[in-house]
Design a protein around this ligand. Structure first.
Ligand code: C5J
Length: 223
């Protein structure tokens, strides 16, 4: 199959493609969560939920595996580098009691994926301590087991966990496509710049395309 992506056409085989939804967690997206407590406008991130849901449904219907990630840490913080926890001067730190339980701790309500994008029981959920989903996880082994060659990405935030994971994936030899309207940042100018960086220099990190274009590629008119 082909998709008229940017910066040029991307050819992919749905049989060797997987969708990775990055960190669509309550603490980043819902009002009253960790992201909001840092002063971010979470409505920007909420706006991508319908397009992300359509992308997930389209992939499920096409038989493309859907993988979900959550940025979170063990309750004893043994996988949270002190440098990550102490960086800056936030009113709430990772592991502190927050509006939705302990901030970014596995199993706490805020670390969960928003109900509208809930993983199906059979879908892989990767808990990751870093920004990139390959670091200190079994994602690489899981994708090798699936025989995946192309990765479609969605989720938040574009310039942090999404872009980091795309770069990790690109270095591991995957073709990476980012769904433009199923990713968002608290800073719109960072999203714009991240999309440009990904596509620059002949898709140096990967491709981008809107959700509808991706879904159309799954269901060609003459199919
Ligand atoms: C993610 C972050 N998921 N911005 N985390 O991008 O800290």
């Amino acid at each position: 199959m082909k998709i008229d992506a940017q910066p040029f056409e991307l050819e992919f085989d749905p049989a060797t493609t997987a969708l990775i939804i990055i960190d669509m967690q309550r603490d980043f997206i819902e009002p009253g969560g960790f992201g909001a407590s840092l002063g971010n406008d979470v409505s920007l991130l909420q706006a991508i939920v319908p397009a992300t849901a359509r992308l997930i449904e389209g992939c499920r219907a096409t038989g493309i595996p859907v993988i979900h990630t959550r940025e979170c840490h063990r309750p004893d913080l043994s996988d949270c580098p002190p440098a990550k926890r102490s960086r800056g001067n936030p009113s709430l730190r990772i592991g502190d009691p927050g509006p939705m339980g302990r901030v970014l701790i596995a199993g706490e309500p805020g670390a969960g994926i928003i109900p509208k994008l809930s993983p199906l029981p059979a879908e892989k959920v990767v808990d990751k301590p870093g920004k990139g989903a390959f670091y200190a996880t079994d994602l690489g082994e899981h994708l090798a087991g699936l025989g995946t060659r192309t990765l479609i990405f969605a989720g938040v935030t574009t310039e942090v966990c999404v872009q980091t994971t795309m770069r990790e994936a690109n270095d591991r030899g995957f073709e990476c496509l980012l769904a433009e309207d199923a990713t968002e940042s608290y800073f719109p100018e960072f999203k714009r710049a991240a999309l440009q960086m990904i596509r620059a220099q002949g898709a140096i990190v990967g491709w981008t395309a809107p959700v509808d274009m991706i879904l159309d590629a799954f269901a060609p008119i003459d199919a």
